[in-house]
Design a protein around this ligand. Structure first.
Ligand SMILES: [Zn+2]
Length: 332
């Protein structure tokens, strides 16, 4: 990177992009000359840990991986110790996915699926089917919960994210998500398998708000004006075309650092990266929390859970098993 770009802050340190790949982190960045801001997620061991807690068939694991990446891109912007929950509910073979992100760094996730409907060759859209994607932001007991809802109607999670930003936030946004399996020859014989994922979110945030008007949906354009006739801002056209060149393999390549990928994309304009935020797989369940949940049930429901003189509860997120005696579970 050369220090010749006059649009960069004069006090911003300028250095070559690091070649050291950092997994399990979100890297915020900005391309100031184009009024672009974004985040880049790379997931390695933490994703593997989230998926390995369940014995998901590969297509389900890959789809849940996409939902996890999308969650990190959206949830990592929370400024408080809040929670961001992404949930899909659809009529396809994968009927439910929940990804729970607790700021600043904890993730947990699970999916429900119908094994009989998982025929080979189904893509994201077919696996999901139709339904909706809900995104809930919970910033603690003193703050109101916010929920955004978009239809999943035969599209991908990327499509749904674009629809969400267009409708709810009215911020021109592009999202890329990629999940892949990596096979490496293990030291003790057979190849080892790992999941990897990457994603990028790019947003056009010009200081002059009138520059975003052409990105509103056609229905919001005044009468007599064709949506196509409103020209897109040149900076956003360029931003979209640059993120459009990102290949899945670049997003998940374990040997390509996030900084190098960003430099590859935006070096002509000058890209500034900020400190990465680490991510990790960690559930929030506990024996106390499960016990509290049991006590909130109706007495008859608790009684119905007794099998072989005990009550067993398995956490759907992390597969931890909690065992209680009927007395401990509050069964009279
Ligand atoms: Zn758990």
């Amino acid at each position: 990177m050369t220090p010749s770009n006059p649009n960069l802050q004069p006090d911003a340190p300028i250095r070559a992009p690091s070649s050291v790949p950092v997994d399990d982190a979100v890297l915020p960045f900005e391309v100031a000359p184009l009024d672009l801001r974004g985040r880049l997620t790379r997931l390695g061991p933490a994703l593997d840990e989230l998926l390995a807690k369940h014995d998901y068939p590969a297509p389900v694991a890959k789809l849940l991986g996409e939902a996890i990446v999308l969650t990190t891109l959206l949830g990592s912007s929370l400024k408080f110790d809040g929670r961001f929950i992404l949930q899909t509910q659809t009529d396809g073979p994968v009927s439910l996915m929940i990804v729970d992100f607790r700021a600043p760094d904890k993730m947990r996730a699970y999916a429900r699926f119908d094994a009989e409907r998982l025929v080979p060759g189904l893509g994201t859209a077919a696996l999901l089917g139709k339904g909706h994607l809900a995104m809930t932001v919970d910033q603690g007991p003193d703050m109101s919960r916010y929920q955004g809802l978009v239809a999943l109607d035969g599209g991908t999670l990327e499509d749904a994210a674009h629809e969400y930003f267009l409708r709810s936030e009215q911020i021109p946004t592009k999202v890329r998500l990629a999940v892949g399996e990596e096979w490496r020859s293990g030291e003790e014989g057979g190849p080892t398998h790992r999941w990897r994922a990457g994603g990028m979110l790019l947003q056009f945030l010009p200081k002059a708000p009138e520059r975003v008007q052409r990105d509103l949906h056609a229905g919001d354009v005044p009468d007599g004006v064709s949506a196509d006739a409103v020209p897109e801002d040149d900076a956003w056209v360029e931003g979209q075309s640059l993120i459009g060149t990102v290949e899945d393999v670049e997003l998940i390549d374990p040997d390509l650092s996030g900084e190098r990928l960003l430099y590859r994309l935006f070096h002509e304009r000058g890209v500034r990266v900020f400190a990465p935020s680490p991510l990790r797989a960690e559930c929030s369940c506990s024996r106390d929390a499960v016990s509290g949940m049991l006590k909130s049930f109706e007495p008859q429901d608790r009684a119905d859970m007794v099998k072989d003189d005990k009550v067993v509860v398995t956490c759907e997120f992390c597969s931890s098993v909690y065992e209680f005696t009927p007395q401990e579970a509050g069964v009279e």
